[in-house]
Design a protein around this ligand. Sequence first.
Ligand code: G1P
Length: 292
Amino acid sequence: MTQQTIRKAVIPAAGFGTRFLPATKATPKEMLPLVDKPLIQYGVEEAVAAGCTDIIIVTGRGKTTMEDHFDRSPELEAALSTRGKDQLLELVRSIATLAHISYVRQPEALGLGHAVLMAKQLVGNEPFAVILPDDIVDAQPGCLAQMAGAFAETQATILGTEVVEGAAISLYGCLDCAPHPTNPRLMSVSNLVEKPRPQEAPSQNAIIGRYILTPRIFELIEQLTPGAGGELQLTDALRALLRYEKVYGYQYVGQRYDAGDKLGFLKATVDFALQHDAVGPAFRNWLRTQQF
Ligand code: G1P
């Protein structure tokens, strides 16, 4: 069998962002910045760093600023050029050449499984990645690149996973899994449950918003009936996939933030601000002078 690599990444970005209202009333939550870069750009850059050349953004009504962000901006570029702001000009131009980006609309918010299904035609018959842009992972190499390395070994579906504390497991997809015999970061999955009640969770291993999926997932999503929260759940399609193919969990190395949540977003902001070349040192000094 020829070794397959991951060339395409799907980024679901059609949600309402209700946890961030009123900021997200007219601005997509994916465009909220961590310091100076919108959330979705972190996702696109992580996919590119993992070797993806094609990004498929699943979008919805009122979200066209995402398309403008990844497009050329002739007026802005001309203005920056006239003013001799070459570094900013280079920065603005580079965003439009990060990857080949396509957009597909999800007409109704019917769940994560349904959002991924919208990309079926654009993905075709090859393995692909899914990045949920709310989940920001600070890691070197990036989380998806780590998973792509494991995929080279398994050639099978891999879910990013981390251990969460106590009742928090009910916010996630949960894995019933056992250690892999040779790779300490991989786990062999035997069952998955979306948002279990804490007392019913088979483990504390939560799925995070990073997936490498084989294309059979599409036909399994098409057969789904509504699951947790009345939505078509990707986790339920993955459980069905177990009948045909191996599924692995991958314990990534890095720090994840749920940037779709106000507290997680603030923590990510502080982390990225401290690492920022221009403002990091001054921000660190200012923090030291504060009494908490
Ligand atoms: C989704 C998935 C869930 C996963 C989570 C990771 O849930 O359905 O399995 O654990 O993303 O962030 P959501 O957070 O969209 O409710």
